[in-house]
Write a protein that binds this ligand. Structure first.
Ligand SMILES: Nc1nc2c(c(=O)[nH]1)N[C@H]1C(S)=C(S)[C@@H](COP(=O)(O)OP(=O)(O)OC[C@H]3O[C@@H](n4cnc5c(=O)[nH]c(N)nc54)[C@H](O)[C@@H]3O)O[C@H]1N2
Ligand SMILES: Nc1nc2c(c(=O)[nH]1)N[C@H]1C(S)=C(S)[C@@H](COP(=O)(O)OP(=O)(O)OC[C@H]3O[C@@H](n4cnc5c(=O)[nH]c(N)nc54)[C@H](O)[C@@H]3O)O[C@H]1N2
Ligand code: SF4
Ligand SMILES: [Mo]
Length: 722
């Protein structure tokens, strides 16, 4: 168990038109009707490819090689017969969208202009392989950087051929830490694992704290279960500096100053100890370091924490008491909370709450974060480790994705980055310090290759763009990072136009480069079969053949699983590490990020840039007109007091700026943020914004306190009328 359990979120990422449109289908680009007299109709099982905690199961129907519907699997209880609004028109919005790229393209305009002309696959691959060979000869393999992330969560299209391909070339590695890693580092320090309460078991909870997560938007299939818990008497508390849709629906919204959650959690512990609400027996048997923790939290009195967090003393006391006295209590954390400079410490402090109160004892009590470890443990990763073995023999440097802009612009790197591959990601939109990223991508000497569905704002900077298949055109296997279902994804149609799966691109490039290693040529379907070829108890009876029939299967986990009822933490001692001498500092501390007086004066507002867009998935779908219309224009939320001071009215166009960039956006005067905090949505492509800059033009490429994640929300700005 332990070896495979080493899979972390990074490795997880690394390894690894509804019926009505059928009538109009023949006019869709790329759709061709075969000459068969009898229409051939088929329905296959698949899953949503998005980097979303829900990983919905679906069925795709195709007639004569034209997909006619994508429908949620009714029988999967978690998907529960419903996709989300982003995916209602997936076939029109992606597979058959008129803007979809259907041939390889070569740049003819300047970088960023988005002017391309078609080129044949063979010619493009030949040109690239010649250029890559020169770069390898002159600068070494590390001059090549693959930049890929969770744009397609399928285990095959994410890394099947690309990982060994880049390892073989000796390319630089990308440190994929923008989502999950900071939180995981914090939880690992305490529990040695991230898996805790499973999503379905939230219905048993009686006190649910949604701490820095917005499930109505970001985890839509968990929300009905939270509603059920509420109907059965649970109190729903949201801790979020932004009044999200979820916060609005909660019984209690607690709105701290962003980035102060470590202090808040330590303050709750202080209350629990002073009110003697701890579970002494659980602490004695299953935790270590209680005396050090008691001493440590004595500083975090409700009064001190009130000063730090901007909350009332009474809020902190009540929260601590209610949390400790309403078992089974559950804390749900996901990703939003980690994007702070003190983000890891917050998870670390929060992870101590269920141990100190013994919340872990009951079904539905404890902490809920991610679930990928269960798949890491149970699938067969034998093919996935080929790249790892290659890298063990010949280690290469890593470039942290948060600091992508810095790396691209650093010509003192030895070697500098000379070739860039981007797939399953749109870094010009999603990576902090957007202007630095763009400046790097504008470098005339950088060879950039992008695999995509659309000319995204990243693809605009490419020398070559290759058409990627949409998920219904290739094989894959989907596991989930936040629930416990595995899905097979069978192609419903052959690739549209000249599109090819990511895996096939790398096979063809391997061939063009004269590489002969057999592992570069394994078919996708063999990866799927191999991953499922495991005797692990969680996969009992779940095979390639069974999944082809059922589409999805829930891991065979114990019924009514209470993972830490009797300790059983994945630490060396098996105990929950309240004090962890292996980590510096051994106890989580609240440390405020320090700005100079000048910075505080020049940039008086704290900026949040969050996933508040219901109709986009990160930057995906932001180019789809009807979804953007549905979403409405993006606003900067500003508190009424600040708006009055600055003389801003609703709808006024403002310039939000700092030393990294500026964004032109309309203001919305709301109570969604407190005084001093402003918030705008991430995900909008800069090309869709008035001045060609979106949220990440303002964010900082600062790393988190642990886990080398991104302190994306640690940003300050000033605002003036535009
Ligand atoms: N519709 C939609 N769904 C999505 C996505 C999307 O873009 N759109 N993205 C997907 C991805 S990749 C992920 S990782 C998940 C993320 O899912 P979540 O973690 O739920 O989403 P986030 O928007 O990152 O953050 C949630 C909340 O954290 C709050 N937050 C920010 N800073 C702080 C802080 O310092 N303290 C506290 N307590 N709260 C804070 C934000 O205000 C926000 O409301 O969502 C997934 N689902
Ligand atoms: N300011 C701010 N920035 C953030 C965040 C935030 O909260 N605030 N959240 C961060 C988080 S949590 C995350 S996970 C990242 C996500 O950042 P990214 O991983 O860059 O996510 P997307 O913007 O969805 O881009 C995915 C791209 O993959 C493409 N794609 C989909 N399927 C395939 C395929 O099969 N092949 C190929 N080649 N391409 C495909 C899609 O068309 C899309 O353009 O953003 C981060 N950035
Ligand atoms: S984006 Fe998420 S909620 Fe929507 S269909 Fe895909 S997995 Fe389901
Ligand atoms: Mo994410």
């Amino acid at each position: 168990m332990d070896k495979d359990k080493e899979i972390n979120r990074r490795k997880f990422i690394e390894l690894g038109v509804q019926g009505s449109m059928a009538a109009g289908i023949l006019s869709l680009p790329g759709a061709t009707l075969s000459s068969c007299v009898t229409p051939v109709s088929k329905t296959v099982n698949g899953a949503c490819y998005h980097d979303c905690p829900d990983t919905c199961s679906w069925k795709v129907t195709a007639k004569d090689n034209v997909a006619t519907s994508v429908k949620a699997s009714n029988d999967n209880p978690y998907t529960n017969g419903k996709l989300c609004s982003k995916m209602d028109y997936f076939l029109e919005d992606v597979t058959y969208h008129p803007d979809r790229i259907l041939t390889p393209l070569k740049r003819i305009g300047n970088k960023g202009e988005g002017k391309f002309e078609p080129i044949s696959w063979d010619k493009a691959l030949a040109e690239i392989s010649t250029k890559l060979k020169t770069i390898i000869d002159e600068d070494g393999g590390e001059a090549i950087l693959p930049f890929s992330y969770g744009g397609n969560e399928g285990l095959v299209q994410r890394h099947a051929i690309s990982d060994p391909f880049f390892a073989l070339l000796g390319a630089s590695q990308l440190e994929k830490t923008i989502c999950g890693d900071a939180g995981i580092a914090g939880l690992m320090a305490v529990n040695g694992q991230t898996t805790g309460v499973l999503p379905e078991d939230i219905v048993h909870s009686k006190y649910i704290i949604l701490w820095g997560t917005n499930p109505i938007i970001s985890n839509q299939h968990l929300w009905p279960l939270i509603q059920k818990a509420k109907k059965d008497g649970a109190k729903i508390v949201v801790i979020d500096p932004f009044k999200s849709l979820t916060a609005k629906e909660a019984d209690w919204h607690i709105q701290p100053i962003p980035g102060t959650d470590t202090a808040l959690a330590l303050g709750m512990l202080n209350v629990i100890f002073s009110e003697q609400l701890e579970d002494q027996e659980y602490i004695e048997n299953y935790t270590s370091g209680i005396e050090e923790l008691r001493e440590h939290v004595s500083y975090y009195t409700p009064d001190n924490v009130a000063k730090i967090s901007g909350l009332d003393t009474n809020t902190i006391v009540t929260l601590g008491k209610e949390y400790a006295t309403n078992p089974p209590s559950l804390i749900r954390v996901l990703v939003g909370l980690e994007h702070q400079s003190n983000g890891s410490s917050a998870y670390r402090a929060i992870a101590m709450l269920p141990a100190v109160t013994g919340a872990w004892r009951k079904l539905g009590g404890g902490l809920m974060h991610m679930t990928y470890e269960l798949f890491g443990e149970s699938l067969n990763w034998e093919k996935g480790i080929i790249a790892e073995e290659l890298l063990k023999k010949k280690p290469t440097r890593s470039i942290n994705m948060i600091q992508f802009g810095k790396a691209l612009n650093n010509m003192d790197l030895n070697p500098p980055i000379k070739a860039l591959f981007v797939f399953n990601a749109n870094p010009v939109v999603t990576i902090p310090n957007q202007n630095l990223v763009i400046k790097g991508m504008e470098r005339p000497d950088l060879l950039t290759i992008v695999l995509e569905h659309f000319i995204t704002d990243t693809a605009r900077y490419a020398d070559y763009v290759f058409p990627a298949t949409s998920v219904i055109e290739n094989w894959d296997l989907y596991i989930s990072w936040a629930q416990t279902y595995v899905n097979i994804n069978e192609p419903a149609i052959t690739p549209v136009g000249e599109a090819k799966p990511n895996s096939e691109f790398f096979r063809l490039l391997s061939k063009a480069m004269g590489l002969n290693e057999p592992y570069l040529y394994e078919p996708d379907i063999d990866f799927v079969k191999s991953l499922l070829n495991s005797n692990h108890e969680f996969l009992k009876g779940i095979t390639f053949n069974s999944l082809r029939k059922t589409g999805w299967a829930k891991l065979r986990l114990p019924e009514n699983w209470v993972p830490h009822e009797k300790g059983n933490f994945n630490t060396l001692s098996g105990k929950c590490m309240l004090y962890n001498p292996e980590i510096n500092p051994p106890l989580p501390e609240y440390n405020q990020f320090v700005y100079s007086e000048k910075e505080m004066r020049d940039y008086p507002f704290q900026l949040l840039t969050i996933k508040s867009t219901k109709n986009f998935l990160n930057s995906s779908h932001a180019n789809i007109n009807h979804l953007r219309k549905k979403e409405g224009i993006p606003f900067l939320d500003i508190n009424i007091e600040d708006a009055e001071l600055q003389n801003f009215q609703n709808g006024d166009k403002v310039k939000v700026y700092n030393n990294r960039g500026e964004v032109i956006i309309a203001v919305k005067v709301t109570d969604k943020v407190k005084k001093g905090v402003v918030c705008m949505p991430q995900g909008y492509w800069p090309s869709l914004m008035e001045n060609g800059s979106s949220a990440n033009a303002l964010t900082n490429d600062l790393l988190t306190d642990m886990g080398r994640g991104g302190a994306i929300q640690e940003a300050r700005v000033n605002i003036v009328k535009a």
